[in-house]
Design a protein around this ligand. Structure first.
Ligand code: QAP
Ligand code: CO
Length: 185
């Protein structure tokens, strides 16, 4: 088991288009397990492989209240089952601390494989449908902030870039303090 580092907007690696998973192997299942652990730890309800810098078409989702319904979707696709649109306030582990409304189809038909290669073909609605559409966007290099106005997106980008600079400074300071403590020991 391992927690995986999550890429954050505006990292250009989040823009890569993921390729299909060929054979589902033990490595695929290990990646899914690590992604679920990373998602639950956050905590989050969905995570795409793209977000942990693995550019393969695999996502994990758990929209249950108790966090006891892990779903692994491999090579997933969807199509709308209705013209009805619903708006939901979305967030993203790659856009920490920012949330905004996004309009998406309220009912979709999901096709995918699970971690054992079994075919998944089911109707999704509500939060599950929102989450599938959000996570599959990641596999195509798309983020929820792309649906917002340019002004909002730029504001988020600037704030996150500042946070990343500050995190970098903190890390550097800590490393220096540690090195100094070592020379005094
Ligand atoms: C995508 O997002 C999603 O900003 C999954 O500080 C979100 O799990 C689909 C999270 C909403 C549908 C509706 C975000 C955790 C988790 C943050 C997540 C944060 C900590 C986001
Ligand atoms: Co996301």
């Amino acid at each position: 088991m391992a927690l995986l580092p999550i890429l954050e907007f505006p990292d250009p690696r989040l823009r890569k288009v993921a390729v299909n998973v060929g054979q589902i192997t033990d490595d695929t299942r290990q990646l899914a397990k690590d992604m679920l652990e990373t998602m639950y730890n956050a905590p989050g309800i969905g995570l795409a492989a793209s977000q942990v810098n693995v550019h393969q078409r695999l996502v994990v989702i758990d929209v249950s209240d108790d966090g006891d319904d892990p779903r692994v979707l491999i090579n997933p696709t969807w199509e709308p089952s209705t013209e009805e649109i619903q708006s939901y306030q979305e967030g993203c582990l790659s856009v920490p601390e920012f949330y905004d409304d996004v309009a998406r189809y309220s009912k979709i038909q999901l096709s995918a494989l699970d971690e054992n290669g079994e075919i998944i073909f089911e109707q999704a609605e509500g939060l599950f449908a929102v989450c599938i559409q959000h996570e599959l966007d990641h596999l195509n290099g798309k983020l929820f902030v792309d649906y917002l106005s340019r002004l909002k997106r730029e504001r988020i980008r600037k704030k996150l870039e500042k946070k990343h600079r500050d995190d970098e400074k903190d890390a550097l300071y800590e490393a220096k303090a540690k090195a100094q403590a070592a020379t005094q020991a």
